[in-house]
Design a protein around this ligand. Structure first.
Ligand code: PCA
Length: 199
């Protein structure tokens, strides 16, 4: 099984992104017969789709597992759906601030993953790692990436995609003290568990 694991570059006021820290750690683990590639994605509405497509072209994965950082909550969020909309006041790393812009005027309003997210969640919970199923990945760049990954799922038979939002990790530089966090080891373990459950 070939897995393309993606994480994002830092954005906003932080100089690290939990998603990339976790991707790097998963890549250091031995995952048996799983052929794993990791790629960093830009926090750019305009560039992220092309960067993902290029990575899929090079690695030809069976699974795209995409990770992103979510500042709210203290659980691993398995995202069910990507919406055909972009909206951000803060702007992306290119300074683009879309105001309720469709990703694709002719595209589906929403795309759903075909992966079994309920059983994946149970597998994570069995390891005592907090996890929820989320019905919105937001309208920022993570959702833009997920929409593209799910379009690829429809274009390429055999390819399936899942997006996972991770909370800040304990000790992450620059994160306010009142923010909830999880240990980096638990977040890494959650992603490994998902890969092993899919295999
Ligand atoms: N989180 C952002 C984009 C990059 C990331 O790690 C999001 O939730 O859209």
């Amino acid at each position: 099984m070939r897995v393309l694991l993606t994480g994002f570059e830092p954005f906003g006021s932080l100089d690290t992104n939990v998603s990339w820290e976790v991707a790097k750690r998963v890549a250091e683990m031995s995952l048996g017969a799983v052929d794993l590639a990791i790629e960093q994605m830009p926090v750019s509405f305009g560039r992220v789709a092309e960067v993902l497509r290029d990575a899929v072209g090079r690695h030809n994965p069976d699974i795209i597992l995409s990770l992103g950082q979510s500042g709210s909550g203290d659980s691993v969020k398995l995202e069910r759906v990507a919406l055909n909309m972009m909206d951000s006041k803060m702007g992306d790393n290119d300074g683009y601030t879309p105001d309720e812009k469709p990703i694709d005027r002719a595209g589906d309003a929403a795309l759903f993953t075909s992966l079994p997210i309920k059983s994946l969640r149970s597998a994570i919970e069995a390891k005592d790692i907090n996890s929820v199923i989320s019905n919105s990945a937001g309208l920022y760049v993570c959702n833009r990436l997920y929409y593209e990954a799910l379009r690829l799922e429809r274009e390429k038979p055999g390819l399936r995609a899942l997006f996972i939002h991770l909370p800040y990790y304990a000790g992450q530089r620059g994160v306010a003290e009142d923010k909830r966090t999880m240990p980096l080891t638990s977040l890494t373990d959650a992603v490994i568990t998902i890969i092993q459950t899919l295999y």
